[in-house]
Design a protein around this ligand. Structure first.
Ligand code: FES
Length: 162
């Protein structure tokens, strides 16, 4: 069995190497920045006293993400996320939180998945959809914050329930 595996690898490796060398198409591998954000994701966790919250999923792959935001005077002062997702989803979500943290609500609403991919230095083309998770959750949490805010009178503004 061991020999079979060895022979298989020996037979397959040159063809794979040739294909790699000749390949002129889109990026196929995670770069160092993406790997860094996947292995050491920023702003991971939960938030008990959040001002906005979102749970979203990608039906095409079954990945899910939860994201919480804390808002003070229109600024995203804190963001936390938890993801049940692929490396691309985790890395792009991490970068989305880094880009959004400290920004105003209106600036954060303009953040796109292209901004996230650019900040990461690119991600494999077939993983581009993963970047929608972080940005989508961020925007959904902002919508949740805005809905809560719209329904709260100025007198009870500090009483946001998470
Ligand atoms: S494969 Fe599902 S988000 Fe990446």
């Amino acid at each position: 069995m061991k020999n079979d595996m060895h022979d298989w690898k020996k037979a397959y490796a040159p063809a794979a190497q040739q294909e790699f060398e000749e390949h002129q198409g889109p990026v196929l591998f995670y770069n160092e920045t993406v790997i860094d954000h996947f292995t050491n994701p920023r702003n991971v966790g939960e938030m008990a006293d959040a001002d906005g919250y979102a749970l979203i999923g990608d039906p095409s792959c079954g990945d899910q993400m939860k994201l919480w935001i804390k808002v003070e005077q229109g600024i995203l002062v804190d963001i936390k996320f938890k993801s049940f997702g692929c490396p691309g989803a985790i890395a792009t979500s991490s970068m989305a939180t880094v880009l959004a943290k400290g920004k105003s609500i209106s600036e954060a609403k303009k953040l796109t998945d292209d901004d996230v991919i650019r900040a990461l230095g690119g991600i494999p083309e077939n993983k581009a959809h993963c970047s929608l998770m972080g940005v989508g959750a961020l925007h959904a949490a902002i919508r949740d914050y805005e809905q809560r805010h719209a329904n709260v009178s100025p007198e009870s503004d500090s009483e946001h329930a998470p």
